[in-house]
Write a protein that binds this ligand. Structure first.
Ligand SMILES: Cc1cc2c(cc1C)N(C[C@H](O)[C@H](O)[C@H](O)COP(=O)(O)O)c1[nH]c(=O)[nH]c(=O)c1N2
Length: 224
């Protein structure tokens, strides 16, 4: 087979109406999970499919800068929970006084209740000094890892597995705790586990903390 025929694009797969709708349903029914985790371990083949989806994400220059650290150890999760408690107390004090008690009542993590945490890390040296697409926008490797998180989140949803992103943790403390070298950043701490019940829409909205805006408020068509 010649190189040309290997490289030539093939007819793009066309999806059925049902398949298209299924994708939109998954997107609409993805939730950030804090409180609803069941203790059952995530089946290995399910976890593998979820991580395969994450690993299929787009990445700058095809550098695939992510790694997925699987953390089941209760001791490590307790240490991260302690980091959360410290950061959360600091965060609570920063909100205006009238919001503080409402903030304190929110449950914002499932670090110890979810049976699994996944630290999505970014190896900032992956791909070497010069990476296609990263030379003028250095943070594109971090953004690539966020793309992987989103794929993971959606793939988990179709498996009945919930994901909760916890960023109320001092990132500078997480790397050393996990024994990571300086060039590896922790992009996301994800709590992962099966769920039975989920909110219909964002929990922060259901609890009156924030309101989601309609798409039209975000679209601007401009002409120059
Ligand atoms: C980068 C990033 C970081 C965080 C989050 C999300 C993202 C994208 N979210 C979840 C966030 O609050 C949630 O996505 C929105 O409220 C919308 O709700 P649904 O995800 O649609 O359920 C989140 N939630 C939480 O309870 N504690 C947290 O520390 C964080 N951190």
């Amino acid at each position: 087979m010649s190189l040309e025929s290997t490289c030539a694009p093939k007819a793009a797969r066309v999806f059925t109406d049902d398949e298209r709708q299924a994708l939109h349903d998954v997107i609409a029914h993805r939730r950030d999970v804090r409180n609803e985790f069941l203790p059952d371990p995530v089946a290995p083949e399910v976890l593998r499919r979820i991580l395969m989806a994450a690993h299929a994400a787009p990445s700058v220059g095809l550098s695939q800068p992510w790694d997925f650290i699987l953390i089941r150890d209760p001791g490590m999760r307790a240490r991260v929970k302690a980091l959360f408690e410290a950061a959360n107390a600091q965060a609570a004090a920063m909100f205006p006084e009238e919001k503080r008690s409402q903030y304190a009542a929110l449950k914002l993590e499932g670090i110890e209740t979810a049976p699994l945490s996944i630290a999505v890390t970014c190896d900032r040296s992956r791909g070497g000094e010069v990476v296609l697409g990263r030379t003028h926008q250095r943070d594109m490797d971090l953004y690539s890892c966020v793309c992987a998180v989103q794929n993971l989140w959606l793939a988990a949803r179709v498996e009945g597995v919930g994901v909760g992103w916890v960023s109320i943790v001092e990132e500078a403390a997480l790397g050393p705790l996990l024994g990571l070298p300086d060039h590896v950043r922790v992009v996301a701490w994800l709590c992962v586990g099966y769920v039975r019940d989920l909110f219909d829409g964002p929990e922060l909205e259901a609890r009156g903390w924030a309101r989601a805006r309609a798409l039209d408020a975000h679209i601007r068509e401009e002409h120059w």
